[in-house]
Design a protein around this ligand. Structure first.
Ligand code: NFS
Length: 621
């Protein structure tokens, strides 16, 4: 096996990989090795399994599938479906928030409420709902109807397109890329890629972009905004990250997945004095909730709950031997967690009808029973504590401090009520530009080497970094999410962030919260009276793996944001598709993808891009 040092840059991860090996427990790294080399056709995107005349693979000797589809068509169809899968994930998550809002409006839950009434009024007004002098429940009902409507077929465009600069919308209109309805675009992608429909690769790709826009400006944005309405809009606070947030003397519950709906209830139940007393009676010092992946990000942003780890830490967290329960909702949850939990006293609990795991304990959680179910789950964890084997516990490090909670609302308030100071800092060149580094871990890369490496390089060049998703924990563990990290930044960032007392790398939330970054870019473009593609900004997903990340990358590009990926999607089997992705899109939407595995080189590419955009705006380089 490859040495742990090669697999990850982190001490806590290395310790747990070695513990797994010593205990004979298989992790993602061993499984990757067994799966390597991967199928070349699948890697290139040139295998087709969408009908039973096949499956087909495109080779020089057989350049067309049984139906006659060539490499371009096969690759474009596969990629289109890949993006649709990602958009479906984010957007179905968004829909779940509308259903919670519905339960609140209909009086079917006492566990959830409207926490940020101001925000509900604000976003309702933005989508054209009358708010003046109306009762909050009536506004909420209209907002619920409006957002449910964004998923359907009766609208010409999703409601939050009200936030998109007119120039951008004109481009989308011209290209036939205006997202009409979330479910509609996803269903149409499935239709177009059925055998015998859209057999023109560029045309398929335009619809893939439209589908991704329905995610970014539709489902994801609704998910973010309603999560803020229901659970509170994030404000800056301090917390901690890495495996050291798991506490030896406490009942440890890890919440994992993406949606705050269940995890917020687990958190509330863990603070129930009666259950805390039960934990103490069992000999524990208390109950400790820590997060993994994006559910972790949601609780971190709003409640300051510490982050145990990102994607490649999820298996390793259980290997500490000190986790009583892993409570999951959906997405990015490796099924292997069930097996690893069973090697310890750890209870693995699934909570969503649409994401069940063989071997898990299932709790059927809905808005009407959520808190009561959560109390049962926390009690299960308390019970498991007495079964913990102290001789197998190893918590390999002390936690690192991080700052979190940078919603746009929090940033604007820190700036004194408007974006003007940020615009001025950009104009003056103190902040030369901004890049959102987002997305995952992938065992094909040394964990977090690129996520951290790129962030460090960019801030040195006075480029502000915003992080979401699994890059959050990476940046946090590297010490980049604290105000002191300005010491690692260039002079301009040091001056501006130093004066504001904020880090040079800002935690902007979970992956659906990339919608916050879209909104910020749109607001900046409006403030400068330009298009988003004119801004000195970029996006990157260095270590991405998921369909969701592909959807994010594509909506960033389609929104006019130059986007870096550490490795390509499975499209290289088609020259046409590859060329569109890395250059052709530039002419169409004013931005494209760039693939670069080296973080230093990637930072240079961003530097060049930002220079060019600054000059375009009449600013100094
Ligand atoms: Ni994003 Fe969040 Fe992490 Fe990647 Fe998965 S948790 S939605 S997909 S792995 S960043």
């Amino acid at each position: 096996p490859r040495p742990a040092e090669e697999l990850t840059i982190w001490e806590d991860a290395r310790a747990m990989i070695n513990k797994a090996r010593a205990e004979g427990i298989e992790t993602v790294h061993e499984r990757l090795q067994k799966q390597t080399p991967h199928c070349k056709f699948c890697e290139l995107g040139t295998s087709c399994r969408i009908c039973t005349m096949g499956p087909c693979k495109i080779t020089p000797k057989s350049p067309r599938g049984v139906c006659g589809a060539d490499a371009d068509v096969v690759v474009a169809r596969n990629f289109g479906r890949f993006v649709a899968g990602g958009a479906a994930g984010h957007s179905d998550h968004g829909r779940d928030l509308i259903e919670v809002l519905e339960a609140i409006v209909e009086g079917e839950t006492k566990d959830y409420k409207i926490t940020d009434e101001d925000k509900l009024r604000r976003i309702s007004a933005e989508v054209g709902i009358e708010t003046e002098g109306r009762d909050i429940k009536d506004i909420a009902r209209d907002a619920m109807e409006c957002f449910f409507g964004d998923f359907g077929s009766r609208k010409k465009e999703v409601s939050f397109l009200s936030r998109v600069p007119q120039k951008r919308k004109d481009i989308w209109t011209k290209l036939g890329m205006v997202p009409r309805g979330v479910d509609r675009e996803i269903a149409e992608m499935m239709h177009r890629t059925h055998m015998g429909c859209d057999n023109d690769a560029p045309n398929t790709l335009l619809h893939a972009a439209r589908t991704s826009l329905a995610d970014g400006w539709g489902g994801s944005m609704i998910g973010t905004e309603l999560s803020d309405v229901i659970f509170g809009t994030p404000t800056p606070s301090m917390s901690q990250a890495n495996l050291g947030v798991i506490k030896e003397d406490k009942v440890n519950i890890l919440v994992h997945g993406h949606n705050p709906v269940v995890s917020e209830m687990i958190l509330a139940a863990s603070r129930d004095p009666e259950i805390v007393a039960e934990a103490k009676a069992a000999g524990a010092a208390g109950i400790n909730i820590a997060g993994l992946c994006c559910t972790g990000n949601e609780l971190l942003m709003r409640k300051g709950i510490p982050m145990a780890g990102n994607h490649l830490m999820t298996e390793l967290a259980i290997l500490t031997g000190a986790v009583e329960a892993v409570v999951v909702d959906y997405q990015c949850i490796m099924p292997s967690l069930v097996q690893i939990s069973s090697c310890y006293h750890t209870r693995f609990i699934d909570t969503a009808a649409k994401a069940r795991f063989t071997g898990a304990t299932h709790f059927d959680i809905h808005p009407h029973n959520a808190y009561e179910q959560a109390t049962e789950i926390v009690r299960l964890a308390v019970k498991a504590y007495s079964e913990r084997d102290a001789s197998r516990v190893d918590i390999p490090c002390e936690p690192v401090e991080i700052m979190t909670g940078f919603s746009n609302e929090a940033v604007i308030s820190a700036l004194g009520g408007s974006l003007d100071p940020l615009v001025q800092a950009i104009a003056a060149g103190d902040i030369r530009g901004a890049v959102g580094i987002v997305g995952c871990n992938n065992p094909k890369f040394q964990q977090d080497s690129m996520n951290v490496g790129l962030a460090k390089e960019l801030i040195k060049k006075d480029i502000l970094v915003l992080v979401t998703g699994c890059v959050t924990t990476a940046a946090g563990k590297a010490g980049l999410l604290v105000p002191d990290a300005i010491e690692m930044a260039g002079p301009g960032i040091k001056k501006v962030c130093g004066a504001l007392g904020i880090p040079p790398v800002l935690h902007y939330g979970s992956c659906v919260d990339n919608a916050r970054i879209l909104q910020l870019c749109a607001a900046l473009a409006d403030a400068l009276n330009v298009d988003i593609s004119d801004l000195p900004v970029g996006a990157s997903s260095p270590e991405w793996y998921s369909e969701k990340a592909a959807a994010i990358g594509l909506y960033a590009v389609a929104s006019g944001i130059y986007t870096h990926l550490g490795h390509p999607p499975n499209i290289l089997g088609s020259e046409t598709v590859t060329n569109i992705a890395v250059s052709g899109l530039e002419d169409l939407v004013g931005a494209s993808f760039v693939i670069e595995p080296d973080p230093v080189k990637a930072a240079e590419l961003f530097d060049e891009r930002i220079k060019a955009k600054r000059i375009g705006l009449g600013l100094s380089e």
